[in-house]
Write a protein that binds this ligand. Sequence first.
Ligand SMILES: [Fe+2]
Length: 221
Amino acid sequence: MNVFEVEKIQNKIQGLEDHIQGVLNGQLFSIPDLSVRDVEVKEPLQHPPKKGLSSKEGQARLLHDLASIELQAMELALRTLTEYHQEIKGTKYLDLLVQLILSERSHLQLCVKGIQDLGFDWGQWPVHMALWKSVGPEDSLIDRVFIVHRYLEGSGLDAADTLLRRLSGVKSNFFFKKDTLQKVRAKLPKRLEPINSALRLRALFSESEIDTLKKYQKETP
Ligand SMILES: [Fe+2]
């Protein structure tokens, strides 16, 4: 099963091990331009206005936005595995990546359940694909690790500490090189949240990574 080409979210969730196992067994999977969705996909500016968080609808909408992010995180990690598994074969990064994919799935499941507990459903609102669109087939493994697993996931830390466990244990100065940042910066979504140095240090970002990122954020209009 190719999770990227499966439409229903529940089938993506259930088919995840099958896809992972297929990759590890040498099966080839095509990567579509956009991973398939069973909900309407729209640019963020075209999304309908949001209700306040004092209403159940506002709360469900927030969880829906988060679910979309977790789904993209799950699929981006799966995409890293699908495209680069040969390069990390036999290293601890392969196991860490598989764990990451599975933990993103559990975040996604929590969000979907939360939406349902509030009396709403996945698909009630449109979603965007900005995270998926920030990567491409031209990326090297280092580009990809930088974009997805340091930049996007790191940005999540600045917004909330719920992503902390995902990154802890993966130590690296190695991935956050200034020349990689220069190479891929045009593709990176602008992050507005202030850099949360304390949380990033706890998640084993180095001081120099954090400084580089702060400088980059200042320079980016
Ligand atoms: Fe997550």
